[in-house]
Design a protein around this ligand. Sequence first.
Ligand SMILES: CC(C)(COP(=O)(O)OP(=O)(O)OC[C@H]1O[C@@H](n2cnc3c(N)ncnc32)[C@H](O)[C@@H]1OP(=O)(O)O)[C@@H](O)C(=O)NCCC(=O)NCCS
Length: 173
Amino acid sequence: MNFHIETERFILREFRETDVDDLFEMDSDPEVHRYLGNQPLKSKDQVFEYIGAVQQQYKDFGIGRWIVEDMKTKECLGWSGLKYETSHIDQSKYYDLGYRLKRKHWGKGIATETSEAALDFGFHCLHIKKICGVAHVDNIASNHVLQKLGFTQTKDFLYEQEPCHWYELDRKF
Ligand SMILES: CC(C)(COP(=O)(O)OP(=O)(O)OC[C@H]1O[C@@H](n2cnc3c(N)ncnc32)[C@H](O)[C@@H]1OP(=O)(O)O)[C@@H](O)C(=O)NCCC(=O)NCCS
């Protein structure tokens, strides 16, 4: 499945095996994993496994996270977008908005800009009625992105013993 969505500064596209070095740079960084259970990746094999899992989600559900590519430099900056979540976080299955970027690219509005495109795609192309988001209570940047995008915090819960906020956003029309 080939995705190609353009925002002002970025191309959002499917995961490819050639992204492995950039994704390893991101996911081996302990700071990136600070609020994600503190388990940075140790090998590129783990990244290949993750790439394969996302590609399988495209086939199974017609959606999965997208690579964020810089439109000018073509660098892979990380990932952003929707995932059809079938885990145990909530009792029902749901669409989750998420983002993860190489540390050197934080603070440039990338998560916000790419999430706006993902929400638009989810609500208007996939016709999803509700999109959810989860952030560790101490993850200021992630909580702020979800709030800026208009999500409402509806509950708090523990995920793997860590306190998290649960957010929801309904389609407007
Ligand atoms: C979460 C993450 C994707 C945010 O990406 P980003 O592109 O830097 O986010 P944006 O620039 O779009 O927005 C971040 C907002 O939080 C604010 N922010 C970030 N850190 C902050 C802090 N310590 N205190 C106050 N505000 C902070 C920024 O100022 C910005 O708000 P603004 O646009 O009103 O100024 C990035 O930090 C990341 O990859 N973190 C590691 C992975 C992760 O935690 N993912 C989320 C899991 S729930």
